[in-house]
Design a protein around this ligand. Structure first.
Ligand SMILES: [Mg+2]
Length: 108
């Protein structure tokens, strides 16, 4: 594998492994709510690793961040989502967007 891969190339690699391991490659193969829950579980593992100050180790923050992305790429691959396009579109939108931090930081 090359040192640098595009999101599309990473998605192809994730989908290849999903096919080999039987994780599902088509919408009818998977439960989307379950896939979303699994993404969330990786985010929680990431939080827990950070909290435990395990940054670079096995099951550490860095590895769990990668798990999050792998699960997201898998779901994107199943649905043919062009994540590069969607990310760039969202970044463009966010450039023009403003946030009212005072309001966001208010306690309810
Ligand atoms: Mg994990």
């Amino acid at each position: 594998m090359a040192d640098e891969l595009s999101i599309k190339q990473l998605t192809v690699a994730v989908m290849q492994l999903a096919k080999e391991k039987g994780f599902g490659v088509k919408p009818e193969d998977v439960s989307v709510p379950e896939k979303i829950a699994l993404i969330h579980s990786e985010v929680s593992e990431c939080y827990d690793a950070f909290r435990r100050k395990n940054i670079e180790g096995k099951d550490g923050f860095q590895e769990e961040l990668a798990d999050c992305i792998i699960r997201i790429l898998h779901l994107a691959g199943i649905y043919g989502v062009d994540l590069e396009k969607e990310i760039l579109k969202k970044l463009d939108y966010n450039k023009e967007r403003t946030w009212d931090w005072n309001k966001l930081n208010e306690r309810h």
